[in-house]
Design a protein around this ligand. Sequence first.
Ligand SMILES: [Zn+2]
Length: 169
Amino acid sequence: MHEEDPDFILLTPECKAWCNWSALLPKTLHDWKRSRVWPMVRFTSEVAQYQISRDKYFMIENPQGSAIWDTLIADKLFVQSGVCFDVLDQCQYGLRDRENGKLHLKPTALVHSMNQDIVKPLLKRCKPGSHEHQPLGKRNKYGLRTAQAQVYPEALCRKIAEVVKAQIA
Ligand SMILES: [Zn+2]
């Protein structure tokens, strides 16, 4: 990382142990799962701090309800100047259930050090009542919906690339 001197780093720590679903697990199992991902959360925070210290850019992506955000708040990452917390809905980028084709809302939070005006076009929100959503909670015939929905829709990848390009140009 020091050699590459990156202008931008996208951080997407595994959300499995941090998401709403795992809060339903028994406390001890939940704690165990969280402790397994703890080193990755620390690493995420350190990389973000490293970018801030060099006046470079980072973006951390996780579901809006992820407990990782509480941890990062506790880590004082959010209070650093220029760090923003924003949300987009992935239905706006065509995230769909593989089996029935219905859109997933999947509110997704981004904590980043980028310019607000540049990031704004990325932050598309769903208009309530504009279409039906498929909740992520149950399995479809391909398995866990939460696992399938971890893959970004192509339109979201393109928009992120566009925004990053504008920021570091
Ligand atoms: Zn929607």
